[in-house]
Every structure is written in structure tokens, then in C-alpha cells.
Design a protein around this ligand. Structure first.
Ligand code: AMP
Length: 568
């Protein structure tokens, strides 16, 4: 573990990517393959492989208390160290003193992480952590805490770890990337690379793949500047889900690759009994199966309706009836033994049509939808749960405008505009998928500090300061007071108290984990916040529990919006 921590120090000491890659590759070369494999997961800032469902479930506030106790420092001393470093791991590295040390290997450490994940309750968890941190060097403690909080902050992304694997074992980067994408496990990828067997990496059902992401387009004209003929779908306001379906099992994964099947017990049934294994991509939305005012067969409901269904392990019959959901499928990534990612969207789309048509024919109990907005009428007693997201085509801005208005009239957020020739690129945000939304611009931001409110919100943390990324750093850009429901605010208050890093009285610095989508009227240059920008009339559109902090927007996008605004 000491060698791992020293390598991290080396990586942090340079901003040059090649140098970072060289440090990690040298470390891999000097380490047995099993340890290198575990280290590659740690270098990616995680305690466990992406596909694994274990989580440590230990809050920053608890870690803070353990560091306070082991170091014997006062809360004030710790706070001032935190202000200097902005990172609890680095604080621990500074304030902890050398203890009677054990020789902890990275494999031992991962075993301890597994014990923490399976321990029940904060008391049992903190005992293991305290014991662990009291027996390692301050430098090891620094990186153990960083891995536990999910971010090494040494300028090393998983993509650079892939580079280092390619370099250490003389493999081609493209093959390393492909194996990692298929396996969702950088450690397994490293083992295959070391054995010269990357070509053997096979897609495994129930190991989620990365999701293809979309870039924003400001106007219909801009959208059509990237490709001439567009495949167009409504942009549904729900949560993204990847469905892995075998003949007798279905699992749903969120964008953060968590297994969310238990939250939607009514969906798997509609996807069971496929003639072949498939992986589908789509959006889960709250859906009204009632006829709408135009006599239509129902429509997607706003995200706020779906929110009541999120994050629940147990879902009551009553809630399922109160907030019915549908899975709107728009892509297929795998069928039989074949991975479809490299096929153009137009082909994937045809394959998807026929798969869902088959499901419809096969399943007497439940029906899947057709590729039009005339969703099939309800079979008495049974409701449609899986729908093919309807597709249109457009090659002129005026056509897109019309589709945009129709989508909004159906209550959807806007349009997704896709290049029919494009392959599916997991985890990448390119120009092959574009999103055209209602608000001129919204930003995805990370909450960094919270304050108690005024008036009826006096006892709750309702004022949020939020930030965007500037390189590896979060820089504040605004503060917003409203937009969430009372219930959300009270749930968030509990979370923030549990995840406070520094209590400044009325204001708490919190772990930067919560992502919000914020809208605003315009943007100004300002030295009020350390990003150098401020938002005018910022309002919270919604919480984004489906996004990780690293998915939040970057300062480059802020600059782009600011410049576009100056021109208009
Ligand atoms: P955003 O979350 O604002 O970055 O927009 C991208 C998200 O829109 C995707 O990750 C999906 O969750 C969602 N979405 C809704 N409808 C579609 C669709 N038809 N195609 C692709 N993504 C969609």
C-alpha cells in the first residue's frame, strides 16, 4: 500500500499526462499482477470494480470524526487544515502521526473494504475504519480515505489508467479500452492485458456498459449542422436505464451503473421470456395510462412524479398504482451473442423494432408499444409497461421546430436528435446525440455548501451554494434558495448533516456529491464566486440523483454560454 500511495504522490506532482501514465505503468510493472489489478481499481478512485454492487456506505462526517479522534486535533485545527486542502484525505495525511504500522497490501485493503461494506450500521463500520487507519502510515491513510470518498484528486481518470495498462503490458490502447468497456472491470482488464488475452474479453450479461451521452444544441439549426438527416425522438423526463434481459432474469441499471431493479418491480415481467439475451437502453418515466384530454392513450408525467419512486428498495402496491411507470426503449446494444455497438443507429433501431414486436407477440399478459404515438390501447386488467420510444425523421430546421413543439405539447422536455449513421459510444459525450431543451440553458452543478433558511425554512438547510469543475477543482458559481419541494428539502437536510465536512454555524461545507440542475436568466462576470461568474435569478430545476459529481458541467461550458449570450 505504501508503494501505491507513493505512486499517487508522484502522479499528483505533475500535470503532464504522459508523466502520470508513466508513473502508473512503472508501478504496475513492479507489482505482481493480482495486486496491480486491485490497484488499478483504486487508481480509478473506487474501492470496488464498476459492476460490483457493494458500496462502503460511510459518510464524510463519520470519517471526519475518526480523523479528529485519531489525530487528537481540535475541530478548529481540522477545519483550518480542510480549508487549506479542500479534501479530507489530504487533511488526514497532514494531521495523523506515524502509528505502529502493519504491512498492509492493496489486496488486504480491498478485503477490509469488503468488511466495511458488509458491516451493518455506522458504529460497526467506523470500528473497522478506525482500526484500519490507526495501523497505517499517514501517507497510506491519506489515500485510503481518498479511495473511500470516491475521488483521488490526483488528476488521474480511468482513461489514463487504461493508457498505463496498455503501456505496462505492451497492449494496444484500443483493445484495453474495449475490454474495459465490455467487462466494466479495470482489474479484470489488467489481468487479461498481462496475459496477452485481451481479445478474450466477452460481454457479460448483468455487467452494465457505459451509457452514450448527449451534447446540448442551442437551436434546431445548430443541431442539423452536425449531420443532415436526423433521427428524432422526444426527450423524456425520467431516469436513464439499461435493461439486461435473459430468458428468466431481468436487471435494470441506472446511469451510475447501480442495480435499480427493486425500485421498479412492475418492469421486469414485461421483459421476461425474450427468445435471446438482449441489452436495451431507455428512459424510465412516470406514465399516465389514462386517456388524455385529446382521447390519446396516455403520456409521460413530469420528473417530479417519478421522484416518489426513486431510491426505494421496497415499493408498495399502492405506490405502484399511484405512480405507474413505463420504460421507453430507444436503443439496443446486444442481442444473442452479438454486440451491436458498432452498427449504425439506423440498423440498431430496426433490430429494436423487431425485438419489441416479438415481445408483444409473445407476451399475452403485457404488451409492448409500437413505433408511433398511437400507443396500443390498454388490455383490460393489464397495462403496457415497455414502449418503443416513437421515432421521427427530420432534415430541415423547420421540421425540427415542429417536432419540438409537438414534444412539448405532449409534456416532454424537448427533443433528442440523433445521427442515424452513428455507432454507440459508451461513456462518451459526442455530437452524434444532441439534446434540444426547453430552458435556454441549464447547468448541472455540485452542491458545496448549504445554509439554514429563513421564515418557514428556518430549521432546514434550504440555501445551496453550488459549483462547476475547473480542471480538478470545484469553483462556486451561484447560490439558490428555492425550487425543491418541502419533502425534498427535509430529506436533503438530513443528508447534508450526515455529510458535513465543516460546520461554520449557519453554513455547512458539505461533501461535494449532490448534483443539481439549475436554470437562470443570464450570466455575468463577477468576483462574488471563485469561478469568476455569477448567475442571475438562479433556480433549482431538480435534483439529479442519476448523475455523479464528475458528470457536472465544467467552466468551459460556462464560458461558452456566457459568450453565446454576449453575441445574441
Ligand atoms: P441530460 O440528462 O439533460 O444530460 O440529457 C440526456 C438524458 O436524456 C439521457 O441520459 C437520457 O436519460 C434522457 N433521455 C430522454 N429521452 C431520451 C431519448 N429519446 N434518447 C436518449 N436519451 C433520452
Amino acid at each position: 500500500m505504501q508503494a501505491f500511495a507513493e505512486t499517487c504522490e508522484g502522479v499528483a506532482s505533475t500535470t503532464k499526462k504522459l508523466q502520470k501514465i508513466a508513473y502508473v505503468a512503472d508501478y504496475f510493472n513492479s507489482t505482481p499482477v493480482d495486486s496491480a489489478a486491485v490497484s488499478s481499481v483504486f487508481f480509478s478512485g473506487r474501492p470496488f470494480a464498476v459492476w460490483e454492487e457493494s458500496t462502503l456506505n460511510i459518510g464524510g462526517a463519520l470519517l471526519w470524526r475518526i480523523v479528529e479522534e485519531l489525530s487528537g486535533k481540535s475541530g478548529d485545527e481540522l477545519s483550518s487544515a480542510y480549508r487549506r486542502h479542500g479534501d479530507l484525505g489530504a487533511v488526514a495525511g497532514e494531521v495523523l502521526t506515524a502509528a505502529r504500522q502493519i504491512d498492509l497490501s492493496v489486496v488486504d485493503l480491498q478485503n477490509r473494504f469488503r468488511e466495511i461494506a458488509s458491516a451493518r450500521g455506522p458504529v460497526a463500520k467506523s470500528e473497522i475504519v478506525r482500526d484500519l487507519l490507526s495501523r497505517v502510515s499517514p501517507l497510506e491513510a491519506k489515500y485510503i480515505i481518498k479511495i473511500m470518498t470516491g475521488d483521488l484528486r490526483i488528476g488521474l481518470k480511468e482513461s489514463l489508467v487504461e493508457d498505463a495498462i496498455a503501456r505496462a503490458y505492451g497492449a494496444r490502447l484500443k483493445e484495453v479500452q474495449r475490454a474495459n468497456m465490455l467487462l466494466g472491470d479495470i482489474g479484470e482488464t489488467l489481468k487479461l492485458a498481462a496475459a496477452g488475452k485481451l481479445a478474450e474479453a466477452k460481454m457479460r450479461l448483468f455487467h452494465p456498459l457505459g451509457f452514450m451521452l448527449a451534447s446540448p444544441a442551442a437551436t434546431a439549426e445548430e443541431a442539423l449542422s452536425y449531420f443532415e438527416d436526423a433521427l428524432v425522438e422526444d426527450k423524456y423526463d425520467g431516469i436513464r436505464a439499461q435493461a439486461h434481459c435473459s430468458a428468466d432474469e431481468v436487471r435494470l441499471f441506472s446511469r451510475t451503473r447501480d442495480n435499480i431493479t427493486e425500485s421498479f418491480p412492475e418492469l421486469p415481467g414485461a421483459l421476461l421470456g425474450m427468445p435471446q439475451d438482449v441489452i436495451l437502453d431507455g428512459e424510465i418515466v412516470a406514465w399516465s395510462y389514462l386517456e388524455d384530454e385529446t382521447g390519446g392513450p396516455g403520456r409521460a408525467q413530469p420528473f417530479s412524479a417519478l421522484q416518489q419512486r426513486l431510491g426505494r428498495k421496497k415499493v408498495s402496491e399502492k405506490l405502484m398504482q399511484q405512480v405507474p411507470v413505463a420504460y421507453l426503449v430507444f436503443d439496443i446494444l446486444y442481442i444473442g451473442q452479438e454486440l451491436l455497438l458498432d452498427r449504425p443507429l439506423s440498423e440498431r433501431s430496426r433490430i429494436l423494432d423487431s425485438v419489441l414486436e416479438n415481445v408483444r407477440r409473445q407476451s399475452r399478459m403485457q404488451q409492448a408499444g409500437q413505433a408511433t404515438f398511437d400507443f396500443p390501447a390498454e388490455v383490460p386488467g393489464h397495462v403496457t409497461r415497455v414502449l418503443r420510444a416513437p421515432v421521427s425523421f427530420a432534415s430541415a430546421a423547420a421540421e425540427l421546430e415542429q417536432l419540438f413543439e409537438a414534444a412539448q405539447a405532449r409534456g416532454n422536455e424537448g427533443l433528442m436528435i440523433k445521427d442515424p449513421q452513428s455507432s454507440y459510444t459508451p461513456g462518451r459525450r459526442g455530437k452524434s446525440w444532441l439534446k434540444l431543451k426547453r430552458e435556454l440553458a441549464t447547468l448541472d452543478v455540485v452542491v458545496t455548501a448549504v445554509e439554514y433558511g429563513h421564515g418557514k425554512r428556518i430549521g432546514v438547510l434550504s440555501d445551496y451554494t453550488f459549483a462547476v469543475w475547473d480542471g480538478e477543482r470545484l469553483v462556486n458559481i451561484g447560490k439558490a434558495y428555492s425550487g425543491l419541494t418541502d419533502l425534498e428539502i427535509s430529506e436533503m437536510t438530513r443528508w447534508f448533516i450526515e455529510h458535513t465536512l465543516e460546520d461554520q454555524g449557519m453554513r455547512l461545507l458539505v461533501e461535494p456529491k449532490i448534483v443539481l440542475e439549475v436554470a437562470f436568466n443570464n450570466m455575468m462576470k463577477s468576483d462574488r464566486h471563485n469561478s469568476g461568474y455569477a448567475l442571475r435569478f438562479p433556480r433549482i430545476v431538480r435534483l439529479r440523483p442519476d448523475k455523479l459529481p464528475e458528470d457536472a458541467d465544467r467552466i468551459e461550458r460556462v464560458r461558452q454560454i456566457f459568450e453565446a449570450q454576449q453575441k445574441s
